[in-house]
Design a protein around this ligand. Structure first.
Ligand code: UDP
Length: 363
């Protein structure tokens, strides 16, 4: 498949095992990339928390596990927070393994959004690369990402240009997008379903605005995702008429796409600079148009007027107005966009190009 099979070590997020849902979008990124890289004949090893499940079709991937405590998630720390590493933390254990097996590998690709792997990169001979999964959510992380970019920007890739714009980079960013196994998403033509929302139930995801837009239309909103912040979930529920929010829980991907695909539209209302927005593309893959704030990754993924509508951020009445216009859209266009721009094949090829370019510029 490729001119040069690579020996790659992938390092998972030190927050939850692969398949737990605690790693958020990084879990899906990793799962589709593992499959995409194996299909392109690369040798792939994955370092992940004990209890991690390799996705179907990834039997050729060697799983190297470590036990330890999760890192605190940066998006829930104060922007001025120092770097915290718990006693017996997973992160240093991941690095122990990565530096050991990575000594003989072509490259180590880190998916955890953390300071230590970035900081260590210029100090070791192992070729560490980092797919940055969030914007600049904390000062110390921004500084470290910018410092590494000044040393060798080729070691960094981003999901979207909007995400990368959070950082001062010497060169234009390497944007790799994200990838999805389209065989797992069924296209659905029927357009008369309910409104949906999917994501971690946490303040940066802005569920309250989607709920308000649904309530303004006198409709229910189906909500899928981990209730990461139960107090926030209850506060949102109290803001809208009883019965507006239909909590569907965190579903495995197969069930999620089955239910999501029946929606008339997905509402996506991030309050932060969302790096990508997996649920946006998953909805599109099922033929579900997305009405989103023109902010962060979703603002780059939705083709307004074709695969959904982009509206002014934080403007709830613009959201409900756009939702009324969804019947103008052709659901087939949503699927077509994903096929051209966000399959696991396209994504694996972009990641491969990034790593090969980085390796070829090494002395
Ligand atoms: N997700 C899921 N089941 C659910 C709701 C969400 O598997 O019931 C997954 C969804 O498929 C997506 C991830 O959770 O891959 C959320 O990723 P996203 O990029 O939207 O947000 P993040 O959590 O990374 O901020």
């Amino acid at each position: 498949m490729t001119s040069r099979p690579l020996d790659l070590i992938l390092v998972s997020t030190p927050i939850g095992g692969l398949g737990s849902g605690r790693g958020g979008g990084v879990e899906l990124t990793l799962s589709s990339l593992l499959k995409g890289l194996v299909d392109r004949d690369h040798r792939v090893r994955l370092i992940a928390a004990e209890g991690s499940q390799l996705p179907e079709g990834c039997e050729a991937v060697e799983l190297l596990t470590a036990q330890g405590l999760d890192q605190p998630s940066w998006q829930h720390l104060d922007g001025e927070s120092p770097v915290l590493i718990p006693r017996a933390g997973l992160l240093p254990r991941f690095l122990d393994i990565a530096l050991n097996v990575g000594a003989e590998a072509d490259a180590v690709i880190n998916f955890g959004y953390d300071w230590l792997p970035l900081w260590i990169t210029p100090h070791v001979s192992q070729r560490l690369f980092h797919l940055i999964s969030m914007g600049a959510v904390a000062d110390v992380m921004r500084d470290q990402i910018e410092a590494l970019a000044s040393w060798d920007q080729q070691r960094l890739a981003f999901h979207t240009a909007r995400q990368a714009a959070d950082f001062r980079l010497p060169q234009p960013p390497r944007v790799v997008g994200n990838g999805f196994d389209l065989s797992r998403y069924q296209f659905r033509q029927e357009a008369g379903g309910p409104l949906g929302w999917a994501g971690r139930v946490a303040p940066e995801k802005g569920l309250e605005d989607a709920a308000a837009a649904a309530a303004a239309l006198g409709e229910q909103l189906l909500v899928w995702g981990l209730r990461e912040d139960p107090a926030y979930a209850e506060a949102v529920e109290a803001m809208v008429p009883t019965g507006t929010l239909q909590w569907r829980g965190f579903l495995p991907n197969a069930e999620l796409q089955e239910e999501l695909g029946r929606c008339r539209a997905l509402i996506n209302t991030p309050k932060w600079n969302e790096a990508y927005g997996n649920v946006v593309v998953e909805a599109l893959a099922c033929g579900v148009p997305v009405v989103a704030y023109d902010r962060g990754g979703p603002g780059e993924l939705v083709q307004s007027g074709q695969t959904g509508f982009l509206v002014e951020p934080d403007n709830v009445s613009a959201l409900s107005d756009a939702l009324k216009r969804v019947p103008e859209l052709d659901r087939a266009d949503c699927r077509t966009w994903v096929e051209a721009n966000a399959t696991q094949e396209v994504f694996a090829r972009r990641v491969e190009d990034w790593v090969l370019a980085g390796l070829s510029s090494l002395p």
